[in-house]
Design a protein around this ligand. Sequence first.
Ligand code: ZN
Length: 158
Amino acid sequence: MKTLTLGGGIVGLIALGKSGYLAFSMDHFKLSEFRGEHLFLSVGLLTKLDEFRERLGEPVMVSPAKGSMMRWNAPNNSQHKYGRAIDVMLPKTVDFARAFKIAKEVGFTGIGFYPHWRPFPGFHVDVRPTKKVALWGAVNPEREGQRFTTIGEAFSYV
Ligand SMILES: [Zn+2]
């Protein structure tokens, strides 16, 4: 087995058949931020997340909520079941419309905006296999339960 390390800390290993494994690293995230679940997350997802963080130039934190990465018992239509989704939170001072634009540009194929997450608003981003990008919002202004809506309405809360 040979390994090739790119940059800083190793985040994951990509199997390359007989040639061994490729270790890949992220410039803006520490391994520990993924709480061990990096092993199950799509390399494409993590690569895009790092690029999103790079271009945004603002802190991006993995949501501390259970199920923010892998959700083994999720319904089959959840990208969290397949390691293709991650929920991230951004500081309230971030320009969320700009963050959304960057998320689209880096190539996430599913983007949901959640202005009422605590402690910070955030995005669900995923790399579902599709040509048509899925966009949605989910709001919960009165803390009475989350309601899915358009991403436009969700942006009206920030
Ligand atoms: Zn999610």
